[in-house]
Design a binder for this molecule. Structure first.
Ligand code: S3P
Length: 449
């Protein structure tokens, strides 16, 4: 696996209940999009609450290399002076997206219809992840590419010189692919239509509409057809980034499984295409209340009050997967502490995330003494009950931030502490994870050798 020399094992153990209030960092999906769409607009985009994690900083650096001016005015407060649709300049250097599939795939879309050549690369995890799923559809606009066998990074993408509008039906239920196609369509004359048979997160469409793009939604027998009129000018808006529900998920599950806990997580995005975890946990018996519901910059946000709860296993409907795709690792931890069996299916996409998450979760839970059956597209977890997870293991995280955070959460309620082999990748999405969790009373620290 080749862990870097700076790899940092971390350990979590039992202590008292979690108490207090916390605001998780800005949403990763919205942060990437604000930088990329801001870079394609004319004038100054103001972003408040940007997630300052390495994934998003890679996107900021990439937008600079493509000609936009991107600056930090104050912590979380960023400004982007865009180059206008079709205005990206050829980068003399490769764009390195580190661990970030989202930044890489969205940026591929952003440059695919501008006649420049761009080299994309990333870390060892990203270099293993499939890029053909986005390169092949982008080639329909007239872009060409060369990459390693199977369409792996590094990839050179040659943007189309005379792009043509297309009508394309998505073959994978991926917001990243949909977003890449919508961003590419911005610099194409006429109207391009992307059909999504399975609904996925819609932040790109929403933000493009807010920036003045002409977006039309239409229900067809094959799914939602999203049409974008190209060669338009995007006008900057002020983007307020809500707190990331996928990051909030770790403190949320921790409070559910640590006895006596009661916490409030503030400003959490409540977009209905991101709320599958809360729905599922409630079905498991979780005491979660949404309070103070309001609207911030086009997205609903609210505060989540979470209390320790007796959880029971459930069958998670496979069609819910796109609305909680990043939350299965931490849901698996909740399932391990529940009474009874939890069945999760329709999850083949988890095999091509930052790691093969089905494999990583199954192996980690088994090491902690939990019974798991791994199938091609899912997991069946035999809940060990609130006091039945042995722990005491060192988990292999496979360069995956969400595997690391999930098993640290498990360590807060298992009989013996749990160590993760490397916590450095947590910074890719949630740099303040340890501070936020310890602020609520959790015992999470660097492992002592
Ligand atoms: C994301 C979409 C999801 C998700 C990723 C962020 C996005 O990926 O896993 O963390 O911001 O569009 P897919 O759309 O490929 O499933």
């Amino acid at each position: 696996m080749g862990l870097s020399s700076s790899f940092r094992p971390m350990t979590a153990g039992r202590r008292g209940p979690l108490k207090g209030r916390a605001v998780p960092p800005g949403d990763k999906s919205v942060s990437h999009r604000a930088l990329i769409i801001g870079a394609a607009a004319v004038g100054e985009t103001q972003i408040e609450g940007l997630l300052e994690a390495s994934d998003v900083l890679s996107t900021a650096a990439a937008m600079r290399r493509l000609g936009a001016t991107v600056t930090q005015a104050a912590p979380g407060s960023w400004r982007v002076w865009g180059v206008g649709v079709g205005g990206f300049a050829q980068s003399p250097e490769p764009l390195d997206f580190g661990n970030s599939g989202t930044g890489c795939r969205l940026a591929m879309g952003a440059v695919a219809t501008t006649p420049i050549a761009t080299i994309f690369t990333g870390d060892a995890s990203l270099r293993r992840r499939p890029m053909k799923r986005v390169l092949e559809p982008l080639s329909r606009f007239g872009a060409t590419w060369q990459g390693r066998e199977g369409g792996l990074l590094p990839v050179t993408l040659n943007g189309a010189r005379t792009p043509l509008p297309i009508r394309y039906t998505l073959e994978v239920p991926s917001a990243q692919v949909k977003s890449a196609m919508l961003l590419a369509a911005l610099n194409v004359p006429g109207r391009s239509t992307i059909i999504e048979p399975v609904a996925t997160r819609d932040h790109t469409e929403r933000m493009l509409a807010a920036f003045g793009a002409q977006i039309v939604w239409e229900e067809t027998k094959n799914g939602t057809a999203i049409s974008v009129t190209g060669e338009i000018e995007l006008s900057p808006v002020r983007v307020t980034v809500p707190a990331d529900p996928s990051s909030a998920a770790f403190a949320l599950v921790a409070a559910l499984i640590v006895p006596g806990s009661e916490i409030v997580l503030e400003k959490i995005m409540l977009n209905p295409r991101r709320n599958g975890l809360i729905k599922t946990l409630k079905e498991m018996g979780a005491d979660i209340a949404v309070t103070n519901k309001r609207d911030t910059g086009g997205e609903a946000v609210g505060d989540l009050r979470v209390r320790h709860s007796a959880l029971v296993g459930v069958e998670v409907p496979p069609e819910r997967a796109p609305f909680m795709i990043d939350e299965y690792p931490v849901l698996s931890i909740a399932a391990a502490f529940a009474e009874g069996k939890t069945v999760m299916r329709g999850l083949e996409e988890l095999r091509v995330k930052e790691s093969d998450r089905l494999l990583a979760i199954a192996a980690g839970l088994k090491d902690c003494g939990v019974k798991v059956i791994e199938s091609r597209d899912g997991l069946t977890i035999e809940g060990a009950g609130p006091d039945g997870v042995a722990g005491g293991a060192t988990i292999v995280t496979h360069m995956d931030h969400r595997i690391a955070m999930s098993f640290l959460v498990a360590g807060l309620a298992s009989k013996n502490p749990i160590t993760v082999d490397d916590g450095t990748l947590i910074d890719t999405s949630f740099p303040g994870f340890q501070a936020l969790m310890t602020g609520l009373g959790a015992d999470i620290a660097q492992a002592t050798p």
